[in-house]
Design a protein. Structure first.
Length: 143
């Protein structure tokens, strides 16, 4: 009986650790933005974020070769590309729910810290792609 209960607990624990657990960073957008423009921005971001050289830099910055036991950063870039998503969604704000573009990684529950680090690292490139200053970064008017 003890073996049955212990085996059941272990099976449930393993199942829970390997469940899909997406991590994303919402980027609020103007609610008045037309849907066609929003969809074009999403397609453009997905295309530019899937660039091999950019993903290799992300893999190197996050240290995926040691965390995921990969042979090279190129393998990390391939794995990030497989799990990368850019989609429309909603974000909470002080004024209620606003439309957003969610940039993130669909990873496993046990890798949620790594997925979160990848999503946050990708946001630095999103701001550069869009030509906007990163939130909290000093602006030229602040100098």
């Amino acid at each position: 009986m003890v073996l049955l209960v212990g085996g059941g607990w272990y099976a449930r624990h393993t199942y829970q650790q390997n469940r899909a657990h997406p991590m994303w960073v919402p980027m609020p957008i103007n609610p008045a933005l037309p849907l066609a423009t929003r969809d074009a921005i999403i397609r453009d971001l997905k295309t530019q974020l899937s660039d091999q050289t950019l993903l290799v830099r992300v893999s190197r910055d996050v240290g995926l070769t040691s965390k995921w036991h990969l042979a090279s950063d190129e393998e990390g870039a391939v794995k990030i590309r497989e799990e990368l998503f850019v989609r429309a969604g909603e974000a909470d704000s002080p004024m209620g729910k606003v439309p957003s573009i969610n940039i993130g990684i669909t990873g496993k529950f046990k890798d949620r810290d790594i997925s979160s680090a990848i999503a946050l690292r990708l946001m630095t490139d999103v701001w550069k792609i869009l030509g906007l200053p990163a939130p909290g970064a000093p602006r030229k008017s602040d100098w």
